[in-house]
Design a protein around this ligand. Structure first.
Ligand code: AHR
Length: 309
């Protein structure tokens, strides 16, 4: 007699959950805390096993974490790179081990674009442009002949610091009224934002008209420094920042911050979707951009209840 042998599909309970190794930048800002919560929460909801590593803002810690994910043979490696350069070697190791890499939030500069599958995140150059466009409109209405700008940059070598600076410069260059008089890194933290703003105030006295901060946390730190110097943030010094965290909305409602450009940290659900698609062998776009707005102080009170981070 002849017996037919069929191979049944594995029952659902026997299917192994997707394993993602995720290396996070650190916990430097309110934005980052919300980003971490979004990734962890989305993993839980999707039934994904998440191996999470905090790099404490150091590239060498991220390289170590990625190597450990390779050794553990995770399904997907995801990470938000602290800085743009220096990733070729470790990403080649991941490729050799046939583990797909998805970037979240920040980009990398690599010689071979196939070293990562996709980048899910904001357009930082456009965020810088949005900040610049707001200032150009403000300058049109200001009676001052010149507006002296100080700039608090994000982490040196990071994609958002490089791109937000470039986008802002692109818009304000050629405007004779707008002049950047000082620019320095505040490493995306409140403490550094305060410290560097103190130094700006010492060097420039009362001649500062505008602060452009690459994130809300540095702006919030700088607000403290401005108040301690006996000046009114949001009035004596116009303040523009990026992220749109709740702390920025509170500062706008208090009249201390003039505008924040939105940068959404809620990337977790998109990461889980992309990772599942990659694991299933489906093609995903090389670049997944998040839609974001601009919130001036006039709309802060109305928008505050809608904020999710
Ligand atoms: O990469 C996104 C930036 O990193 C956010 O603007 C900032 O707050 C964070 O630390």
């Amino acid at each position: 007699a002849c017996v037919a042998v069929t191979t049944a599909a594995a029952p659902a309970y026997a299917q192994k959950p997707l394993v993602i190794g995720f290396s996070q930048v650190g916990a430097e800002s309110e934005w980052r805390t919300a980003n971490t919560a979004s990734v962890k929460d989305a993993a839980k909801k999707a039934g994904v096993t998440l191996k999470f590593a905090d790099a404490q803002q150091r590239q060498e810690n991220q390289v170590k974490a990625i190597r450990s994910f390779i050794a553990q043979r995770v399904d997907i490696i995801a990470f938000s790179p602290v800085v743009e350069s220096g990733w070729d070697t470790v990403l080649r190791e991941a490729k050799a081990a046939k583990i797909p890499v998805i970037l979240t939030d920040r980009s990398v500069n690599v010689s071979d674009p196939t070293l990562f599958v996709s980048l899910i995140g904001s357009d930082f150059v456009e965020e810088g442009r949005k900040a610049g466009r707001w200032l150009v409109e403000y300058a049109k209405k200001s009676p001052a002949a010149t507006l002296n700008i100080v700039e608090l940059q994000g982490t040196v070598g990071s994609a958002p610091a490089i791109d937000r600076k470039a986008g802002f410069e692109e818009i304000i260059k050629g405007n004779p009224k707008l002049k950047v008089v000082r620019t320095q890194t505040g490493d995306f933290t409140r403490a550094k934002g305060k410290e560097v703003m103190e130094a700006f105030l010492k060097a420039q006295g009362k001649s500062i008209n505008v602060l452009y901060a690459h994130n809300d946390d540095m702006a919030i730190g700088a607000i403290q420094a401005i108040e301690e110097a006996g000046l009114k943030p949001g009035k004596d010094i116009i303040i523009i920042s990026i992220d749109g965290v709740k702390g920025a909305f509170e500062a706008m409602i208090a009249g201390k911050l003039n505008v924040t450009v939105e940068c959404s940290p809620l990337l977790g659900p998109q990461l889980m979707e992309a990772a599942a698609a990659v694991k299933a062998g489906k093609a995903i776009p090389k670049r997944i951009v998040v839609n974001e707005g601009v919130f001036p102080a006039e709309v802060a009170a109305k928008e505050f209840p809608n904020r999710k981070y």
